[in-house]
Design a protein. Sequence first.
Length: 74
Amino acid sequence: MFGLGFRALTSGDHIFDKREIINHLAKKPRISRAASYPVGTPGVGHYLFDMKNGTSVGIVNLMGRVLKDSIGYP
């Protein structure tokens, strides 16, 4: 998707279903996991980048806990 021009990707509550993603999260901050995950969870929950026209864009990925007992990194 980055090859198609995407600048950042957000994820959901199944980001860690495949353990292989952990290495990608450490190397690619453009792939965000929820910022509301506990401290120590691999990856970041935000990303700031500049568009080609110079505009700065920030994304924040948050996950709510409605109807969930908890959220956490397995």
